[in-house]
Structures are given as C-alpha cells and as structure tokens.
Design a protein around this ligand. Structure first.
Ligand SMILES: [Ca+2]
Ligand SMILES: [Ca+2]
Length: 255
C-alpha cells in the first residue's frame, strides 16, 4: 500500500472515469501517424500492438511487440474505425524487424523496435503521415500535455475493445515522481512517464506513440501500465523515451 498511497498523493484527482482509459474517439485523420500491428494470417485480424509511422517505410513500436520472430506481422495505416471501411486503409507486410539489442524479455529498458514495411505507404493524402522525432537526449518537460492513442481496452475489466481509435491528452510526469510511484526497477534516463486523472494507456495499447499535443513529435512508446491494481488510468504509465534512442533509430533506419 506504500506505493499506492504515494501514487494517490502524487497523481491525484483520479476520478474513476476510464475509457485508452479516459479517452475519446479520435477523428478520422486526426493522428495520421498512428498504425496498428496485426498478425498476418489471423482472421479476423487482431490488433497486437500500436505503432507510429516515422517515414513512408518505417514504423516505430515497442520491442516486445516484435519479440516473436515466427509471428508474421502486417501494418495497417490510415485506419481509425476498425469496424468500418473508411476507404483510406493501407495494408503492408513487414519485411524487416529490428528490436533494440538491449531489450530483454519482460524488462522495460530498451523496449523499442523499428519495422520496415514491404513497400512505402502512400503519405500524399490526409490519413497517413509520418510523425516527427525528438533530437537525441532532447528533454521533454514535465507537465507538457501529450496524446496517448490506442485500440486497447477502455477499462481493465472490459471484454471488447473499441472499434474507434481512442485518444487522451495526459501530462508528462517527471522521472522523480514516476520513480516514487513505481516499485519496479526502471531506468528513467531511458523511460518517460505520463498519465493522470483517470486517463492512461490500457491493455492492448502497447507500442503506441505518446505525441506532444499541438504537433506530431513522438516522445514515448507505450510499454507498461501499472496493472497490479487491475485498473487502467490509475497510475503513471511507462513509455520508452524516444529521445534517448534517436541515434539508434537513425542508425537502423537512416531517418
Ligand atoms: Ca477502418
Ligand atoms: Ca526520462
């Protein structure tokens, strides 16, 4: 209860509103860098993870989303409502998977992956665009609002996922506050936290981007929520801090 108490003191104003937890339906084209990772031969195709376009050919996601080399992935861009054919969906197979070499199963450090698709996505329309990346070691100030995105559950106990992409704006939380609330061994030079007020990433949102509000800069990739409480949007969520890996991304992708 020590950590729970600390959390409640630091990430206060939990109001019990959960939907991503605490989110709203994203408008079609509002977050054109958002993609879903699906399993190639799984019909109906289940969304395994979220991800983000960082160019017409490369997707940024979490390392654990790429962990199974036998799993044939494909990427869907230009999709907002998975139950509706919006006419803008673009599907690509994955031809190259590069997981950060420092990542170890079930740990949060270096939990990052870049995927190359079989042919470039068409980014000329409004529904598929590449996001931008921070500079190496660029600092993201605490308190800045950032958007979390996903087709994951709205609540921990939900059975069905939403069809429409969910979005919620949450503040970036300082490494120190996050460290005080999480009892896991986390390297905060390599991770960034966000979430508050009943809003947070939930089961099924992993790999999705954390993007600063008002732009398209990806500062985090969702890797873990504090599900021990069996609630989403309840504690600070943990993201791989993209700025720490900018040089690695460049080395692997040329971007
Ligand atoms: Ca659709
Ligand atoms: Ca950090």
């Amino acid at each position: 209860m020590k950590y729970l108490g600390l959390f409640l003191a630091l990430c206060t104003a939990f109001d019990g509103t959960l939907a991503v937890a605490g989110g709203v339906d994203a408008q079609h084209g509002q977050y054109p860098w958002m993609v879903s990772l699906r399993e190639l031969f799984d019909v109906p195709s289940t969304i395994i993870c979220g991800g983000a376009l960082i160019s017409s050919e490369w997707v940024l996601t979490a390392g654990h989303c790429c962990k199974d080399p036998q799993r044939l992935l494909h990427v869907v861009a230009g999709d907002t409502n998975t139950a509706v054919n919006e006419g803008s969906e673009q599907h690509r197979d994955v031809v190259d998977v590069r997981v950060h070499p420092g990542w170890v199963l079930d740990f949060y450090t270096d939990d990052l992956c870049v995927l190359k698709v079989s042919s470039p996505f068409d980014l000329s329309g409004p529904y598929a665009k590449a996001a931008s990346l921070p500079a190496q070691d660029e600092v993201t100030a605490e308190g800045l609002l950032a958007t979390i995105l996903g087709w994951g559950f709205k609540q921990y106990t939900d059975v069905l996922r939403p069809n429409n992409l969910q979005a919620a704006d949450v503040p970036v939380i300082s490494d120190g506050e996050c460290d005080a609330t999480m009892d896991d061994a986390v390297d905060y030079d390599k991770n960034i936290c966000a979430g508050n007020n009943g809003k947070g990433s939930c089961l099924g949102d992993r790999g999705g981007p954390l993007t600063l509000v008002g732009g398209d800069k990806i500062v985090g990739v969702f890797v873990d929520g504090e599900y021990r409480s069996q609630t989403c949007g309840y504690r600070c969520d943990l993201y791989t801090e993209v700025a720490h890996y900018r040089d690695w991304i460049s080395q692997e992708t040329g971007i």
